[in-house]
Design a protein around this ligand. Structure first.
Ligand SMILES: [Zn+2]
Length: 177
């Protein structure tokens, strides 16, 4: 099942079906350039790009689906991460700190809350600690269930703006759960 918040669907061929792990992680990316959900869909529709995300959010806050939640997107330069994460590309400014609009940020909070509710993620945990990737607590839950792209590749994704707001995103989403 996918989010009912989606207003545009354009399934990308760039995916692995099905994912091999249950969804227990959220990975938020930025597009490093203002791009609407239709244009991002066209990029992900090209097999040569070999890239996709489960969802995309544009400057107006529109939410798109590019890869079903049951499938693994090709988004974070890390197969293990993308097999367990729902990946979300958020339209951002083209240069550092890669700011996003208030409308995009608001849609992001509601989308992540919806994903968590439907997938049994009871609480978002963010410690800004790459060392916690894949680490579980005594109950088998991930100690940190948000990740960022720059931990897996030489990239500045999601950029300073969203990276500094992961605590705020987690708090706002947790208030909705
Ligand atoms: Zn990224």
């Amino acid at each position: 099942m996918n989010s009912p918040l989606v207003s545009h669907t354009e399934i990308s061929p760039n995916r692995t079906s099905p994912r091999n792990h249950k969804i227990d992680t959220i990975t938020i990316h930025s597009t490093a350039g203002h791009i609407d959900v239709h244009a991002l869909g066209k990029i992900f529709a090209a097999p040569a790009r070999m890239a996709s995300s489960n969802y995309g959010i544009d400057d107006e806050g529109h939410i798109a689906l590019y890869v079903d939640e049951t499938d693994r997107s090709w988004c974070s330069s890390n197969a293990d991460n993308d097999n367990r994460a729902v990946t979300i590309e958020v339209s951002s400014d083209y240069k550092a700190p890669y700011s996003v609009t208030d409308a995009a940020f608001s849609s992001l909070v509601y989308l992540v809350a919806d994903i968590c509710k439907r997938n049994g993620i009871q609480k978002l945990r963010w410690f800004h600690d790459k060392g916690l990737v894949g680490k579980e607590d005594s109950t088998g839950q991930l100690r940190q269930n948000m990740t960022i792209h720059k931990w897996f590749a030489k990239k500045d994704c999601p950029g300073q703006y969203l990276e500094e707001r992961m605590f705020e995103i987690a708090a706002k989403v947790n208030a909705l759960l």
